[in-house]
Design a protein around this ligand. Sequence first.
Ligand SMILES: O=P(O)(O)OC[C@H]1O[C@H](O[C@H]2O[C@H](CO)[C@@H](O)[C@H](O)[C@H]2O)[C@H](O)[C@@H](O)[C@@H]1O
Length: 525
Amino acid sequence: MSHADRQQRTIDAVIFDLDGVVTRTARLHAAAWKRLFDDYLAQRAAQRGEPFQPFDADEDYRRFVDGKPRYEGVRSFLESRGIELPWGAPGDPPDRETVCGLGNAKNALFQELLAQGGVEVFDGAVGFIRALKENGREVALVSSSKNTAAVLASAGLADLFEVRVDGVEAARLGLRGKPHPDTFLEAARRLGVEPARAAVVEDAIAGVAAGRAGNFGLVIGVVRSGDGTGLRAGGADLVVGNLTELGDGTALRARPRLDAAALPNALDRAAEIRARLDGKRPAVFLDYDGTLTPIVDRPELAVLSEDMRAIVRGLAERCPVAIVSGRDRADVERLVGLDGLVYAGSHGFDIAGPGGLRKEHERAAAFLPALDRAEERLRREVAGIDGALVERKKFAIAVHYRLVADDQVARVESAVAAIAAEITDLRRTAAKKVFALRPRVDWDKGRAVLWLLTALGLDREDVLPLYLGDDDTDEDAFAALKGRGLGILVTEADHPTAADYLLANTEEVGRFLGELVAILGDPTR
Ligand SMILES: O=P(O)(O)OC[C@H]1O[C@H](O[C@H]2O[C@H](CO)[C@@H](O)[C@H](O)[C@H]2O)[C@H](O)[C@@H](O)[C@@H]1O
């Protein structure tokens, strides 16, 4: 398809977020979150004799809870305050001090407010949706809210959308929340429309990032206050204040997505990157395989060169550096062999660093029996397939097929698929000549990087996070940092990506990091 053709692609379907786009329940949500967290934080502060710092219904709401599934919102905000609570269970009563307990309390408060105040509707949005339908476009609704049906009914819009993927559906299907694209992709699938021919309409940064991560043809940001900079940086192709600005929607066209080959090489844009660093200090996140070492035939042969080790050491003397890998943490720590760095293994489920920094995802240990069972089955099932390698990490299992004959790869794939279908606590992912089984938890390299920024006190305006990675699992980190840091993809292939820059190979990674060391200068001065 030519560039011109891609420019001309029409939009056949539009998928809408609910809160803040179609209805104004964001205010009710923000008020419920504020009542919940203020009560909780005040109580906690009194118990500990600490000062009470209330929940900011604008800033905290936007940064930590807006657009996220309820329990993820609780966890994300508490994390920002350095509070770690047990996850608990969805049936926890509202007075139980767990993530689920607090989430349930927020929901009760929200329903109270819903009953008191009703729901405000954005008339422009409803008019736009009706015009789209009249013009033969498909529409769907995606919302993280488990109250979607109640909100639509209260707004008198129960019949507006035939296709809805809400929080209840997402939980039932095990779909990851925004900024992951899963719920939007499910809506597109139900509409029978390719994402490239569909638009996503969102008012939250996590939502526009999900649209970009899903490679939707057009991502429209709706800005209800402010200037839309955050939405644009998060991945919106265009930002409107009111959906009436889009007329009847028939003129909407898909925007060409950035393919890796269209990205500028980070080495060629040194001046631009230096300017982004002006007045800021970097925090550097590095993937291991394919980024610091070239891809080789077997995992144990991916040895770090002394040159690269010296560059990473030099960088760690000048700024925070974390290695974020799919490998087992102990394995990647041994391979890198440097002190003073943070190491995140098992795709971020297992983190350790200087000063006693330690985090095993709070739900990960519960998956160990499932991982043990899957490992045992996998070892048995691929034992007869020449070249297949099973690599166990603490919280994931990889099944490598780089050395498997082409006509045998399908056998490896179906063994992994069969086990994943049976052991539903695990989800199957794929990367470079490897299938993986990981805990079915909304956690990945992107979430780990965001957690690290907060835990290390780096979630600040004067810190520029840089993430370098080469693989699909690194796309989660690129998406998480979109608009907030720099994503640098290491590849010579062409595929859609959420990264901002490109480096061709590990040799270019070494040069880029070496230049960063030089920019940062003498660490003793
Ligand atoms: O997140 P990373 O640090 O990039 O780790 C991703 C996977 O890397 C390793 O597998 C990959 O590299 C091997 C050595 O070059 C190669 O043989 C294999 O085909 C690649 O998939 C590692 O073995 C896995 O555990 C990591 O998940």
